[in-house]
Write a protein that binds this ligand. Sequence first.
Ligand code: GRF
Length: 227
Amino acid sequence: MSTRILILLSGRGSNLAALVEAAREQGWPAQVVGVISNRPQAAGLAWAHAQGLPTQAVDHQAFASRQAFDAALLAACQSYRPDLVVLAGFMRVLGTEFVRHYEGRLINIHPSLLPAFTGLHTHRRALEAGVKLAGATVHYVTPTLDHGPVIAQAVVPVLADDDESSLAERVLQAEHRLLPLAVGWHVRGELDLQEGLVHHRRGLPQSLFFPTSINPEPVMAPGPLTR
Ligand code: GRF
């Protein structure tokens, strides 16, 4: 049976594009049935429309309260009858009712190695903290912001001359590999979610390492220690 994927986004939609491409190239038993944005002008919405995907804007500014926005968003989502909802750069906090409705089938990508740097401005904060590794996390969404069972993480180095934008770009390239990997596992039924932990049923490493740059291929698991 084909999994009906609904995408929520707020911005340019490069993660959406990576997902759509992977689904096509890898022949996923899934289809993107719709793309919804809280920003009517989001470039990702225009890109989706140009691809022939059904699109809709639910402008958060048109609602007096968070609850009213959540209710309208939930109704809009339901009209697509999704099996899976993917937050691909969706920049609004979702309420408990929305999250509970899609529990176990609501996936988010966050540009940090959670649980470090939840919330906004992750790259700036990583640089300020002086960490030497950065990355991205794909996780099932729970009512607590940027928490929830981790499906997979990608690691990139923080380089000495990085600024916020160079680090963001390196992490974004990793996101484009990580999100399709994690969503592909979900739609193929390869993930086991139990007691807040996610395991790949065949034991595949749920981590990607990009030791120096995004190309060539990521290392799927750390190699043996050498001296
Ligand atoms: C990504 O870095 C995502 O993790 C963050 O917002 C960015 C969205 O990029 N939350 P795009 O819209 O997918 O290009």
